[in-house]
Ligand binder design. Structure first.
Ligand code: HEM
Length: 412
């Protein structure tokens, strides 16, 4: 690892902020043994997403030990296509309606735990809530003990940046989930295949599906990947959305008016809320870099020749802070998203190309429904807005864990 890679690794956000606004939009992270380039130039991003099918998608060094070598996040070729064929349809369009009951139940139960006069750590509260939703969708049930064991493991590995780095560089890698947790996840997945709506695990296991015969080790990697990718990201975006609505009373009032008589499930009825969510995802994208792309042949990027084997890492964080596209990029302004749709090479919180996030619609449905229920039932305020700064959890980015809300009252 060279000095630049080390600086990026040890002080990622500081390193990235130092390059925000640089017009080149590409940064060499290393040149040997094979080049690795961080990319946020719109033309380069467009080229990467269009060429995606011809690239490899090797897992990151830090996450592969957690999610497993056979995770769908870095599957390629026909195996990757099979995963998308199985998981794509239930996670988009009308079929998403099947999850509305699960989300509503989870968010109202979470609100029922709030105590007037008490305080909660907002990022942990949204994380518990979205893990409960994902557990129901992936495994068919949300088992508190299992969720707690999963959370303990993720916290140990990614909860504090200094600990993650110590594991990575001093202890030889991030801590494994362990046989017991893996077995419980797989056992639960296999025992709930008859629940309704069909669990994602049941679809992976379907005897007549393209993944038929999937073994326990690969099933474990898929479950862990879905639980993690599906809950950490959504929780961070939900926490930012709730935070910004607390800080911007006028916008909160307009959003509350938009939500009158709806549970937030229909995006078309709540354009301002959608814009608030989009702006929260721009300012603090929960995934700071999309998956690595590796060139399988020599190529040219922005007129510059790159050899086969080069790794290209699309930087969502830097693209979203381009002052040319987003004037005064550090300012929260949802009105940026009320006009025409932004081109995907400028704004891509869910990545793009053949790896475009499978859960983007589910995530936004969850965030809308969480916001609708909170605005209707909870009167709270942020007690320490200074803690509203992004912190890394692996490649994921969430508000500082100390960000707290003080609950004044709750309605039924
Ligand atoms: C706000 C919430 C979310 C954000 C910001 C987010 C963001 C992303 C990003 C940036 C990628 C990589 C795309 C690329 O490399 O081009 C991704 C991939 C993925 N996401 Fe999400 N995600 C979110 C929620 C979810 C949810 C709820 C699920 C649940 C199913 C999910 C499942 C996945 C999967 C399975 C992939 C891998 C897709 C593939 O490699 O083909 N995500 N997500």
């Amino acid at each position: 690892m060279n000095r630049r890679e080390l600086r990026m690794s040890l002080g990622t956000l500081r390193f990235l902020d130092a390059h925000a606004g640089a017009p080149c939009g590409v940064l060499d992270l290393r040149t040997r043994p094979a080049p690795k380039v961080l990319v946020w130039h719109p033309a380069a991003i467009d080229w990467i997403f269009r060429s995606d099918q011809r690239m490899r998608h090797p897992g990151s060094r830090s996450l592969t030990p957690l999610f497993g070598r056979r995770s769908l996040l870095w599957a390629d070729g026909s195996r990757h296509a099979a995963y998308r064929q199985v998981l794509g349809p239930p996670l988009r369009g009308r079929r998403l309606a099947a999850y509305r009951g699960i989300i509503a139940e989870a968010v109202h139960s979470a609100i029922d735990t709030l105590v007037p006069g008490g305080q909660i750590a907002l990022p942990a509260w949204t994380r518990r809530l979205t893990l409960g939703v994902m557990a129901r969708i992936v495994l068919g049930r949300s088992d508190d003990a299992l969720n707690a064991a999963f959370t303990r493991w993720i916290e140990r590995a990614l909860g504090a940046r200094h600990r993650t780095l110590a594991y990575r560089y001093l202890a030889g890698g991030l801590p494994a989930s362990g046989v017991e947790l893996d077995e419980r996840l797989v056992r639960t997945a296999r025992s709930t295949v008859d629940s309704w709506p069909a669990t994602l695990a049941a679809l992976l296991l379907a005897g007549d599906g393209p993944l038929r015969g999937i073994d326990d080790a690969e099933l474990r990697d898929a479950i862990v990947s879905l639980l993690f990718a599906g809950h950490e990201t959504t929780a961070a975006a939900a926490a930012w959305t709730l935070y910004w609505l607390d800080r911007e009373p006028r916008i909160r009032q307009e959003v509350a008016a938009e939500l009158a008589g709806t549970d937030g499930s229909t995006a078309a009825r709540v354009p301002l809320l959608q814009a608030v969510i989009a702006e929260a995802l721009r300012l603090a994208p929960p995934v700071t870099v999309a998956e690595n792309r590796e060139l399988t042949g020599d190529a040219e990027l922005l007129g510059r020749p790159l050899p086969a084997g080069t790794t290209l890492t699309p930087s969502i964080y830097l693209a979203h802070r381009d002052p040319g596209r987003f004037p005064d990029p550090g300012r929260f302004d949802p009105h940026r998203f009320l006009g025409d749709r932004l081109p995907p090479q400028h704004y891509f919180p869910f990545g793009g190309g053949s790896r475009y996030c499978l859960g983007s619609q589910l995530a936004q449905l969850e965030i809308r429904m969480i916001t609708a229920a909170v605005l209707r039932r909870v009167d709270w305020h942020c007690v320490n807005p200074r803690a509203a700064v992004p912190r890394l959890r692996g490649h994921a980015m969430a508000p500082d864990p100390r960000l707290r809300m003080s609950v004044r009252s709750c309605r039924d």
